[in-house]
Design a protein around this ligand. Sequence first.
Ligand code: MN
Length: 237
Amino acid sequence: MKLIGLSGGISTINEELQGTTVSLDYTNGVLRAGGLPVIIPAGFTSEQVCALCDQLQGLILTGGDDVDPGLFGEDPQPGLGQVNPQRDQLELALVRGMMERTKPVLGICRGIQVLNVALGGSLYQDIPRQVRGAILHRQKGPRGYQSHRISILAGSKLASIAGDQECKVNSFHHQGIKDLAPGLEVTAVAPDGIIEAVELANYPFLVGVQWHPENLWQNDSAAFQLFQQFVDSIVVP
Ligand code: MN
């Protein structure tokens, strides 16, 4: 049994009606790859996060709102979007809990950013304001449209998964990795130099991607392989 936790977004319909949201594109991708997805809401104590990490075999950090810049030592700047401290705390605790147990972690979009911050890196709070010459990372087009190119580092785990050293991805982000965390390796970049994928050396599977493979896997085998290789990296005791 390969239980895969997916950190949920916090959705607010109104003050009295809040919930946890994960797109079916993620959970269906996990199911198709042979894993059993479990959606993780906010509200865990640190002891409860530990108990959860004992049970999970893998973790996916899903896309969502912005990471609080206070977590990497910055004050908020104009251009910062919605932040949710409860979700930040949950995901940072989950990353630590899974890494202490050497279990696989896949970070998607916001997830690559959470991984970088968890390991001591920093983020651009708003790429259009902070990176001169940046291309459009909030694409105009449907979720499954692959709008910008990336170059994948030969020899990386990502290259063994995605194959092509040049490919196109979808892009729905305005934050991105600024200072890379110690231990992380850049494995893909956009034409403007924005980091699009990272992985942790000497770790079984800790991969972050800045794009959204969950919106692509039904039609793109490289995107599906990301889910498949993540699930296959799990060693069932
Ligand atoms: Mn992008």
